[in-house]
Write a protein that binds this ligand. Structure first.
Ligand code: NAD
Length: 268
């Protein structure tokens, strides 16, 4: 491996791709060696991200870009419809991949684990790379042991494709590990407007707000007689994700086992 960890950014023209490229390139041990997106551009990629000239533009073919630029790690922040194909491409070329794209199913995770073993290449996936969000999930799981009545409200910018967010799903799964299955609310409850009580996951409700202005915010609200506990995390800018992605890139660059590693908490 070269002295600097060479990172290929996939989804490089997107909001996360640009912010992460800027953040990772500023670290002393990393460099962005190629940028891939479905939007091609000959404009120097450094100018797209607000950093100095890097000497290359956006490419559109992930496999060709990996073969040419030989990254140590691919970072993928694209969209749920294309991410499985991207992961397959990276591992087939024996290149570890750190994935922030959300929207995976259990079947997807099983398939990715098989690819990791088949091509002896690691994959890291986290639904949230912000340290504060990982702590929010951990504290919510702890609170649910004592306060099992819970609803989640997540708020994101209005260009987000999937709902609820990957973080909301992970939070409810973690709470589900400690909370006895039970029903909440009035058994006679009915919705005047379909969807007004949100989606249900194991008897818990999740509500998704999509508005311009938000990056990512989540509240986990616990209710008990005479009291309410709210555990909230706000990602105020995309800088929040840089340290978590950098940590995952370092771990994947050094990992020599072909396995799927899941969740930032597993690296802390
Ligand atoms: P965005 O729409 O701004 O960017 C996505 C980019 O991917 C676009 O530039 C698009 O052209 C590109 N793209 C689409 N298909 C592609 C393909 N096949 N190959 C290469 N590039 C492709 O979205 P965003 O806000 O940057 O978010 C991207 C993803 O990251 C979403 O799934 C979002 O939910 C997720 N996300 C995860 C975290 C986390 O901490 N895990 C944080 C924020 C966002």
């Amino acid at each position: 491996m070269s002295e600097n960890i060479r990172v290929l950014m996939n989804g490089a023209a997107g909001k996360m791709g640009r912010a992460l490229s800027l953040g990772l390139a500023a670290l002393p041990n990393m460099q962005i060696c190629a940028a891939v997106d479905i939007k091609s551009s000959e404009v120097d990629y450094g100018f797209l991200c607000g950093m100095g000239e890097v000497g290359f533009g956006l490419q559109t073919d992930l496999a060709a870009a990996i073969t040419e630029s030989k990254p140590d790690v691919v970072v993928d922040f694209t969209n749920p419809a294309v991410v499985m194909k991207n992961i397959r491409t990276a591992v087939e070329l024996h290149t570890p991949i750190v994935v922030g794209t959300t929207g995976f199913t259990e079947a997807d995770y099983k398939q990715i684990s098989k690819w990791c073993a088949e091509f002896d290449t690691p994959v890291f996936i986290a639904s949230n790379f912000a340290l504060g969000a990982v702590l929010m999930m951990r504290f919510a799981k702890e609170a649910a042991r004592y306060m099992p009545y819970v609803e989640v409200i997540e708020r994101h910018h209005d260009q987000k494709l999937d709902a609820p967010s990957g973080t909301a799903v992970t939070t409810l799964e973690m709470i589900g590990e400690v909370r006895q299955p039970m029903s909440q609310g009035n058994p006679q409850e009915f919705e005047r407007l379909t969807g007004s009580r949100g989606a249900e996951v194991d008897g818990m409700r999740v509500h998704s707000v999509r508005l311009p202005g938000y990056v990512a915010t989540q509240e986990v609200v616990f209710g008990a007689a005479g009291q309410v506990l709210c555990i909230r995390h706000d990602a105020l800018s995309r800088e929040a994700y840089v340290p978590g992605v950098a940590l995952a890139v370092e771990k994947m660059a050094a990992m020599n086992k072909g396995e799927l590693v899941h969740g930032l908490e597993s690296l802390l």
